[in-house]
Design a protein around this ligand. Structure first.
Ligand SMILES: *[C@@H]1O[C@H](CO)[C@@H](O)[C@H](O)[C@H]1NC(C)=O
Ligand SMILES: *[C@@H]1O[C@H](CO)[C@@H](O)[C@H](O)[C@H]1NC(C)=O
Ligand SMILES: *[C@@H]1O[C@H](CO)[C@@H](O)[C@H](O)[C@H]1NC(C)=O
Length: 262
């Protein structure tokens, strides 16, 4: 297969000239922040396709070449020795929060729900395009998690799993789908650091949620030991509970990097 075909298949170049049918691009957002995000993405994609047309070789999906981004201020600790990247996903969903009667109090984090889209090949071959995906994903309305044939925005990235919480302190990743069995990982939070100051803001202009390092619990499958949330877009709670309901959601997107014993 020609490199340009592989790229188009992965990243949805076929939709450059046709409106994506699913999920819906949010027209309100497109009139504001969305236009630049979309044109950045499609310009970069078009450049890659031009280069790929000259190269007969298909891009490599070898994850040993994928390099997880870091922040310069207080970077997260690196994954434990002996672990290698097993999967990279774009997560698109909501961060959940709760509020009590005190309108001056800060909202309390109450888990998250996200659909995970397989971005491993993009991570291996086109890291610059990968890092635009969380911001891009946020311009499209939330995918329905029941849609296992769903694609992410204008890309052809397929669902690789789901992210949710099994209790207040246990983020869970289910990466077993009819298409691929990658593993399941109940996790505990190890480390957190602020997203970079220029990280993409969310739909209400809120800051990007922190970057995280999670440890997979011993009953994880597929050899998964650590999970990182990086390149976050949006998702932070408002400063106080003023005007908020008892429970509310803030939309976000992020890259999730899964590390397994090699
Ligand atoms: C978070 O909100 C979603 C709605 O977006 C809901 O389906 C889910 O059950 C909530 N999860 C938690 C842990 O509260
Ligand atoms: C949450 O679930 C984990 C893993 O099943 C368990 O170890 C922990 O005790 C639970 N915590 C609470 C507060 O229920
Ligand atoms: C990361 O978390 C681990 C476990 O809680 C802790 O021992 C370590 O000091 C933390 N590292 C940093 C840099 O915060």
């Amino acid at each position: 297969m020609y490199a340009s075909t592989v790229l188009a298949t992965l990243l949805g170049a076929s939709t450059v000239f046709a409106a994506p049918t699913w999920p819906q691009l949010n027209p309100g957002l497109i009139n504001t922040v969305g236009r630049d995000v979309l044109s950045d993405y499609f310009n970069l994609l078009a450049q890659k396709i031009d280069i790929a047309k000259l190269a007969a070789l298909a891009p490599s999906c070898d994850l040993s070449k994928a390099k997880m981004p870091t922040v310069s201020t207080q970077p997260l600790p690196t994954p434990a020795t002996g672990l290698a990247v097993k999967h990279v996903a774009i997560g698109r969903g909501t961060q959940n929060y709760t509020c009590g009667a005190d309108a001056t109090a800060a909202p309390t984090a109450a888990g998250a729900v996200a659909t995970l889209f397989d971005a491993s090949c993009v991570a291996a071959a086109y890291p610059d395009l990968l890092h635009l995906l969380p911001k891009l994903a946020l311009q499209f309305d939330l995918p329905y998690s029941a849609e296992t044939n769903a694609k992410m925005g204008p890309t052809n990235l397929l669902v690789s799993g789901k992210h949710f919480f099994t209790n207040a302190t246990t983020p869970f990743f289910n990466l077993d789908t009819p298409r691929r069995s990658i593993g399941e990982a109940p996790c505990s939070k190890l480390n957190a650091t602020n997203a970079p100051s220029d990280a993409p803001k969310g739909r209400q202009g809120e800051a990007a949620v922190p970057w995280l390092r999670l440890s997979a619990n011993p009953d994880a499958t597929g050899g998964i030991h650590e999970v990182f949330r990086v390149e976050t877009a949006g998702g932070s709670a408002p400063a106080t509970c003023a005007g908020q309901s008892a429970s509310f959601q803030v939309q976000y997107a992020a890259e999730y990097w899964f590390f397994a014993s090699s």
